[in-house]
Design a protein around this ligand. Structure first.
Ligand SMILES: [Zn+2]
Length: 181
């Protein structure tokens, strides 16, 4: 059975954890062999944006693993206490130092293999003054022709960009939901 974030020790008492099906449940859960606490694990949300300036899209080159040196849309894990829109804006500020105005929610991508849900908004850049944070080597605008397709960090980024340029050619943006293998 798939466990995205298997852990070995209880977060409550430090005891050894074993994966087993609790009473009245139907799947393996990380269960403490000492205090009996069940640690539920659920998919993580990754939120980000497609920041646009004219016919160009803003990408960041990653300064962190995984995929150090590869290009990505600004995105990261949603934090407790924020909405997905707030998280998307925060990640764009943190990674690119870019000022944006959110437009519609654009892609909802299941990445079941790694236990994640990726959500991207379309966004309008308010200016071209970028200040990449420590997680980025640089932030740069790209036309469709200049996108470094073979140096993109993640399939969800590739999928979101591909659909963005397709929709732009059609002159109509709509919400896309897809499963990424
Ligand atoms: Zn315990």
């Amino acid at each position: 059975m798939f466990h995205a974030r298997s852990f070995k020790h209880c977060k409550t008492c430090g005891g050894v954890v074993r994966y087993q099906v609790p009473a009245d449940d139907n799947r393996d859960r990380a269960t403490c062999t000492v205090c009996g606490v069940v640690h539920y694990e659920n998919p993580l949300n990754v939120v980000g944006t497609v920041p646009v300036w004219g016919d160009e899209v803003l990408l960041c080159r990653r300064n962190i693993e995984p995929r150090h040196g590869f290009w990505t849309l600004p995105a990261g894990f949603l934090e407790l206490g924020e909405t997905i829109a707030e998280g998307a804006v925060r990640e764009t500020v943190e990674e690119a130092g870019a000022r944006i105005e959110l437009e519609g929610l654009y892609t909802v991508l299941n990445v079941v293999r790694v236990g994640q849900l990726h959500l991207y908004y379309r966004a309008r850049l308010l200016d071209t003054q970028f200040a990449p944070g420590p997680e980025s080597i640089e932030a740069q605008l790209f036309t469709e022709e200049a996108i470094p397709w073979d140096q993109l960090a993640f399939r969800t980024v590739r999928e979101t960009l591909r659909r963005y340029f397709e929709d732009r050619r059609r002159g109509q943006f709509e919400l896309h939901c897809a499963d990424i293998g």
